[in-house]
Design a protein around this ligand. Structure first.
Ligand SMILES: [Zn+2]
Length: 622
């Protein structure tokens, strides 16, 4: 043991002794340093690679202060414990404090290294602790000075290297970009409300003939909407599907590959176009995994609620979860799923946040609001107190595990009874969501807003519930994953009750909105769904994965490589990554059980489909 004495009480790094106050101060300084280092490494990694990874931690745009604050809180709490040690055992508390601080700081940073096993991180962090204890004991004053200067230096170097604008723009992209949309007057323009029911497949809705009454409210509301019976999302998972919905572009045009890519600024978004027209714009999202501003989906919105918690308050847990140590602590201290529930905002909270924003809005600009609901996404657990008309809560640990781990299960590991339970639970979630949508419409009607509003209600993708031996989404381009509900409520209820049988794509939503609003030409490609649909309108579905854009190539959506599909001529055509083709009759075989591709009489149709696919999916992304 070193015998270097510190003359300064505040320099707690003395080899032999430390006061409780000194230990606490050391902890605070290390907390600041760790916060600065953790934040900076994210900034540098994201700015350099262009990749996005923080969004998958459900981190809100407040990460800038949350990451340092979270570290500070954890280190300060540790400092209290060290203070106690210093009071009880002053003789060796100095060295032990240094070791503990070095260990925590090292662990915080090592936990952010992708692919590093936890035990390796702990072992390496212990080494960092040992080095810190040795040097800190030998040079207490120097270490203390370093601790004060280092966080400032780290931050300054990061900003100097990357530039503040680049850091901010790369990470949280809410700045409106240039838009070519007209800025024609806003007077008398209707409001626009885009409702995305995440993970809701058309075939499980009584709106589309499902034998269970899962959507009595949508059935009722459809009387004032145009109902599209063959609507397809552009992709079977959230990020590219929303990106298409916002830009009118196909996934291969967007470069939104795996879950480590973002919607870049190449194409204008619907929110930007409406903002330029003088609309008040706001987004309220429950899918905090992929809809948050990290992925570029907040661009153009004045107000973007991508928090997990209430819109105005940040909870301790949320702030804590922003740092790697905080996530570890939250996981250790509480069941991460709270029984079989996962952290999520339910539909009633999304509605409440939107309505409260609407009530607070003081000017008389029309609004564009985007609401994303997550209730039908796995794990299928309706909020507490919600009716369960079709199912029951899981009764055994196996059933709990099934519901909790639904997203990562494979069909082979699930019995038929378990599958039935999951399906019942999914239907219960749909019923809950439907009830909340009904309430939202009633609330808007009461406020006198509904008649003046263009509402587009749809989903970003569906879900496989055992069909094709698949579970979840992002797995395939089958209709279970790509055929989605679509209701377009024109202002005043025009054309209410009409049904459209032609296949349409959600990429046409921006063009539709601008068409209904009228005025100058639309910046968005595609056709207006408010016009008479053409059977020739292109309907393309895609999974595009760029190299290095996926965190795990063995898992969906990357696992089967790029896929493309076309719906036309009454058929759905799918081309898999290995070149294998599939062909299904859309109306005669809606569940896609009988592949027509191998049959001799399909040859002409297949040839035509290949031609269409080639036309649509120019090989930019492959
Ligand atoms: Zn989704």
């Amino acid at each position: 043991m070193d015998d270097v004495e510190s003359k300064n009480d505040a320099a707690p790094a003395a080899g032999r002794a430390v006061t409780p106050l000194g230990a606490a101060r050391l902890a605070v300084l290390f907390g600041l340093l760790t916060g600065a280092l953790e934040l900076t490494q994210w900034l540098v990694r994201n700015a350099v690679s262009g990749g996005v990874s923080l969004g998958t931690f459900q981190m809100s745009r407040h990460f800038f202060w949350m990451i340092p604050a979270s570290n500070l809180a954890i280190f300060a709490a540790t400092g209290l414990a060290l203070g106690l040690v210093a009071w009880l055992r002053p003789a060796w508390a100095g060295r032990f404090s240094l070791w503990a601080m070095g260990f925590l700081c090292g662990l915080a940073l090592l936990l952010t290294v992708p692919g590093l096993y936890a035990f390796a991180a702990v072992a390496l962090a212990a080494g960092v602790g040992a080095i810190t204890a040795r040097h800190g004991s030998a040079h207490p004053v120097r270490v203390q000075r370093l601790l004060v200067v280092a966080p400032l230096a780290v931050g300054a170097v990061a900003v100097g290297l990357l530039g503040w604008d680049r850091i901010q723009g790369t990470l949280v992209d809410r700045r409106p970009g240039s838009t070519t949309a007209g800025t024609s007057g806003v007077e008398g323009s209707p409001n626009v409300l885009l409702l995305v029911l995440d993970t809701v497949r058309a075939e499980s809705l009584s709106l589309y003939g499902y034998d269970r009454p899962t959507t009595p409210n949508l059935n009722r509301l459809a009387a004032r909407a145009i109902r599209f019976d063959q609507a397809r999302s552009t992709a079977p998972w959230t990020l590219p599907s929303h990106a298409s919905l916002f830009t009118g572009r196909w996934p291969h045009e967007l470069g939104v590959g795996g879950e480590h890519t973002r919607l870049d600024r190449t194409h204008p978004t619907l929110a930007e176009a409406l903002s330029a027209r003088g609309y008040a714009t706001a987004g309220f999202i429950a899918n905090t995994f992929f809809c948050n501003a990290w992925f570029g989906l907040g661009r153009g919105f004045e107000h973007y609620d991508d928090f997990y918690e209430e819109q105005t308050a940040v909870s301790l847990e949320e702030a804590l979860r922003c740092s790697s140590l905080g996530r570890l602590a939250v996981r250790a201290l509480s069941d991460p799923f709270g029984g079989v529930e996962r952290r999520r905002k339910d539909a009633s909270r999304i509605n409440a946040a939107f309505l409260s924003w609407l009530d607070r809005k003081e000017d008389d600009r029309p609004f564009f609001a985007f609401l994303n609901y997550f209730d039908a996404h796995g794990p299928f657990v309706p909020p507490e107190g919600a009716d369960r008309p079709f199912g029951r809560p899981p009764a055994t640990p196996e059933e709990e595990a099934l519901i909790r781990e639904w997203d990562v299960r494979s069909r082979a590991g699930v019995t038929d009874e378990q599958l039935a339970l999951a399906r019942d639970s999914y239907d219960d979630c749909l019923a809950y969501l439907d009830a909340q949508i009904g309430r939202l419409f009633d609330d808007l009607e009461r406020r006198g807003v509904l008649d003046d509003t263009l509402v587009v209600l749809t989903s970003d993708h569906g879900e496989e519930l055992g069909e094709h031996d698949l579970i979840g989404h992002g797995r395939s381009l089958y209709d279970q994953e790509t055929r989605v509900p679509l209701l377009v409520f024109l202002p005043g209820g025009a054309r209410g009750g009409e049904a459209v049988a032609e296949p349409v794509s959600l990429r046409d939503v921006p063009a539709t909105v601008l068409d209904v609003l009228g005025g100058e030409g639309s910046a968005f490609p595609g056709v207006s769904l408010a016009g008479r649909p053409s059977a020739e309108a292109p309907v393309l579905t895609e999974v595009r994965i760029k190299d290095g854009s996926s965190s795990n190539p063995a898992r969906p959506p990357a696992w089967r490589g790029p896929m493309s599909g076309v719906v036309a001529d009454g058929h759905a055509y799918i081309r898999n990554a290995d070149g294998r083709e599939e062909l299904y009759d859309v109306l005669a075989d809606p569940r896609q059980l009988r592949d027509l591709a191998p049959e001799a009489e399909s040859a002409t149709l297949l040839e035509r489909m290949r031609g269409r696919l080639k036309e649509l999916a120019t090989d930019r992304g492959e």
